[in-house]
Design a protein around this ligand. Structure first.
Ligand SMILES: [Zn+2]
Length: 183
């Protein structure tokens, strides 16, 4: 702790300017320095369901200490990520900001990690996996889904040889085979 009194500090700040470093950068990264960030998603990306496993993977990083959310993101989305952070024993908070360039969510460390690429693209789940009536997938489709949205595979089963023998088919790439759910 510094032993300067409040008056001395005030004078020093008045002479040298505010002591805060890189204020613009910190506004963008929800109060953190860019060098501490492991993952940053835009406000648009945070809303995508596919972002969930990207955030989960980032929180598994041993350097990941906290999750910070932009307070402008709808509560039902923010609370989903807060729950995730809590489950994974990471700190989390939501901060109020009116800065239009601010990220939607970041995962950060308390020290510099100097990661290069912290803003990945969020791949969207292909339309063929949405609103499927048949919950079996051929192995190609299953793998494809696993790479884009691993959580989504929970509602599907991988179609095996026996399944094919009894006439089951892939709910994604063969979804129109018999015209839908009447079978
Ligand atoms: Zn398929």
């Amino acid at each position: 702790m510094s032993d300067k009194n409040e008056l001395e500090k005030t004078i020093e700040y008045a002479l040298r300017g505010t002591p805060e470093l890189k204020p613009e950068e910190k506004r963008k990264w929800l109060g953190e320095f860019r060098e501490r960030v492991l993952l940053g998603l835009t406000k648009e990306q945070v809303r995508k369901t596919e972002a969930y496993h990207v955030v989960k993977t980032a929180l598994q990083d041993p350097m990941a200490e906290m999750l910070i959310l932009n307070g402008n993101i709808p509560m039902e989305i923010n609370s989903k990520y807060m729950r995730l952070a809590k489950e994974m024993n990471r700190e989390y908070k939501s901060i109020a900001t009116d800065f239009s360039e601010a990220m939607g969510l970041i995962v950060a460390s308390r020290q510099a990690v100097d990661r290069e690429d912290v803003t990945p693209e969020i791949k969207e789940m292909p339309a063929k996996f949405k609103n499927t009536t048949h919950k079996e997938l051929c192995s190609d489709c299953y793998q494809e889904l696993e790479s884009v949205a691993p959580e989504a595979t929970e509602e599907f089963k991988k179609l095996n040889f026996l399944g094919k023998m009894i006439g089951l088919y892939c709910g994604a790439c063969e979804r129109d085979k018999d015209g839908g759910p009447l079978m």
